[in-house]
Design a protein around this ligand. Structure first.
Ligand SMILES: Cc1cc2nc3c(=O)[nH]c(=O)nc-3n(C[C@H](O)[C@H](O)[C@H](O)COP(=O)(O)O)c2cc1C
Length: 360
């Protein structure tokens, strides 16, 4: 039984994960993210991760109109921190595996073995059409096949002297990539489809999952664990959670009410169009939007005790190995979480691990 892991989804895009004019608005700058990463490390969290995003959603918040590049930012954060794992996102559709392999070897050295690679296929057309890098002929299956070939290539470049490999999307001919990483970067992928889970089980170390209900999340987590075990592998499963904490449940609820009152439906509609929803449906969706839609992930609202109980309920109920957390105001909320929730969570986790060891 391994220890549960908790990390932070860094706000590399302005606005973070709240699409609202009345929410705190992280600016997405390097300085903001650096302070966040240092606070996450000081709080005792296990990892910090940033996404890769190339185009925002407009609206009155200009949501994610400003985004830094993930790998470069994480290289800086590797220098700014000492213990926390540094997970960067790379788009397999726009980088040769040979270039990505070297980038992450560099991150392995800068971070002294703390690097992780979140591999994404690039499934949002508008991000890549603007730079002439969108292949509209590729099916979802073809995209995952590309990502699998790409991941196998990167792993081989990290471990073999020379790689010759032909796939539908790249060619490696006697390709050499040295040095090899001293610690092979943790491979992570986020996907909720069965095809995505197959990729996670076969080739990744960590899987970010989502589900509309706890049962759905548990099914996905079991599926990844079971598929990996059948291959004699082990993959950790995570979900995302936004934490809105206050001294009391009522204080926290007031924060949520304020955030919900300014929901930016225009940005949210544009986000849905980017996901592939027809414009007329996205526009009519805005008529039924509520304050809750300002949140892009499931969220917990309440006092430290409420937050603690909810985290235990979700992680246990969905059979997860950890969570990636989002905060409305990272700089104020992270220290509060580190003080009022994390020590108890860790103590409970240690007790659980010990009793699991005794039991087994
Ligand atoms: C935690 C998390 C992080 C993600 N990061 C990115 C990202 O940085 N860039 C991106 O294009 N997609 C990102 N995605 C989207 C996924 O790569 C994927 O396209 C999506 O989860 C749908 O997966 P599916 O096609 O298997 O259903 C992320 C998703 C999650 C849940």
């Amino acid at each position: 039984m391994s220890a549960r892991e908790y990390g932070v989804f860094l706000p590399i895009g302005n606005g973070g994960w709240l699409v609202s004019t009345t929410a705190p608005h992280p600016d997405g700058s390097y300085e903001y993210n650096k302070t966040t990463a240092v606070l996450a490390e000081q709080a005792g969290l296990d990892f910090v991760m940033s996404m890769a995003k190339w185009r925002g959603f407009g609206g009155s918040t200009d949501h994610w109109g400003n985004t830094l590049e993930s790998m470069t930012m994480m290289a800086g954060l590797a220098e700014a921190t000492e213990k926390v794992k540094i997970w960067a996102t790379v788009h397999a559709n726009i980088h040769s595996p040979a270039i990505a392999a070297k980038m992450f070897v560099t991150l392995d050295q800068i971070s002294n073995g703390r690097a992780g690679m979140n591999i994404v296929s690039g499934s949002y057309a508008d991000e890549f059409e603007q730079m002439g890098l969108w292949d509209a002929t590729m099916s979802k299956e073809a995209r995952y096949q590309m990502v699998e070939d790409w991941t196998r290539a990167v792993t081989r470049l990290w471990t073999e002297d020379s790689v010759t490999m032909q796939s539908d999307t790249f060619t490696l001919t006697d390709c050499v990539s040295r040095p090899h990483p001293r610690v092979q970067p943790t491979l992570i992928s986020a996907g909720r489809s069965p095809r995505g889970r197959k990729f996670q089980a076969e080739l990744c170390d960590g899987a970010f999952l989502s589900g509309d209900t706890m049962e759905e999340l548990r099914e996905s987590s079991r599926d990844v664990h079971d598929q990996a075990a059948a291959l004699d592998r082990s993959v950790k499963t995570y979900a995302m959670l936004t934490v809105v904490m206050g001294d009391t449940d009522a204080d926290a609820q007031r924060r949520v009410d304020v955030i919900g009152s300014g929901v930016d439906v225009e940005a949210l509609a544009n986000m849905r169009v980017s996901w592939g929803m027809p414009r007329d449906r996205a526009t009519s969706w805005t008529e039924s939007a509520t304050g809750q839609d300002a949140f892009q992930t499931p969220y917990v609202v309440g006092s430290p005790d409420t937050v603690l109980n909810h985290i235990n309920t979700v992680v246990e109920g969905a059979e997860l190995d950890g969570l990636m957390l989002i905060f409305p105001d990272y700089h104020a909320d992270l220290p509060a979480f580190g003080e009022a929730v994390l020590p108890t969570l860790r103590a409970q986790d240690a007790a659980r691990t010990t009793s699991g060891l005794v039991a087994s």
